[in-house]
Design a protein around this ligand. Sequence first.
Ligand SMILES: *Cc1c(COP(=O)(O)O)cnc(C)c1O
Length: 396
Amino acid sequence: MATHKKHGNWKPATEAVRGGQMRTPFQETAEPLFLTTGYAYEVPEEAEARFKGAPGYTYARYGNPTTTMFESRMAALEGAPCARATSSGMAAVSAVFFAGLRPGDHVVGAKAMFGACRYVIEDLLGRFGITSTMVEGTDLAAWRKAMRPETKMLFLETPANPTLAIVDMKSVAEIAHEGGARLIVDNAFASPALQRPMDFGADIVIHSTTKYVDGQGRCLGGMILCREDFLNDHLQIFLRNTGPTISPFNSWVHLKSLETLAIRMRAHCENALKVADFLAGRKEVTAVLYPFRPDHPQYALARAQMSGGGGVVTFEVAGGKEAAFRLGRALELIDISNNLGDAKSLITHPATTTHSRLSPEARAELGVSEGMLRLSVGLEDAEDLCADLAQALEAK
Ligand SMILES: *Cc1c(COP(=O)(O)O)cnc(C)c1O
């Protein structure tokens, strides 16, 4: 097998369709799905050489050609030297921490993060003698103050779930590097089509490819993008021996999904902005958070870091939980679901779902109110979405 075309200096749209492709002697146009656990050798010498590091595959936990294509294509889109796929976004997050940290190390994280990431940092890492400090991600002085000599990793999500706060990646990367630490960015909400954290100094980028990379709510997947030093010193040996391996089928679905990522993201962004503007004009709505609306608290930063505002709109209805639930019950088109990044529009009430594990005080600190709803705007016609929201806002 060989890469099928000489790799030129391709633009992202070309990489998304062609990057990383390998063809078998059948010369198939679409990327093949390799469902195999093992690989055979012509002679024992070949097995011996492979185990000494000669190119090729030995076992599915160590690698799969379909997964290699998915990794190469993601690396090209993120502008990253190395990429390793994992079974889920959380497998990617956990692997980065457990591979790269030792007892006595310290992690600084932005408070507004995916709930499971917070559990891994605060509860799990703590059990192994790794301490952490949570800061307000938009407060650069707080990041600086949290740094200690033993700080090894800084972790943030931008835009963050569910308030869509934008964190200044370049400044936090500088703080990390001054302290000899690595900056890790969870890029699930923006996807590489809208934001490339490594361009702003991030050392490691992680993804839940379950979300916008898949884009149709079908398969779990994750990705770790990093440089050779982290891969060789920490990650490779960890992944090989602990086995958070992605199914080749899921790799194949997500590899093919990358071909349409940029055009889907453009459509998500257009729809989300229309829905955000519509919501902002409604008397029942007390707040709208969308990174590409000029009233977003970090609008200028969002414009500097992202090429589109993303597909998620967060808003608050007057009347707290009761009003939020009433709206949910009345929706006829938009589904109630805590997933996001689907072609179908999905809405969730963070206080009672994704953020229900937090104390009311912790929720208040993050700005997650009882009347807040997070809407993952899909690819339906924006007029139909606004009409559904209008009738649901008016429901008694
Ligand atoms: C969904 C999500 C994750 C976790 O990914 P899974 O694929 O569900 O394991 C992590 N971070 C963010 C921002 C997410 O949205």
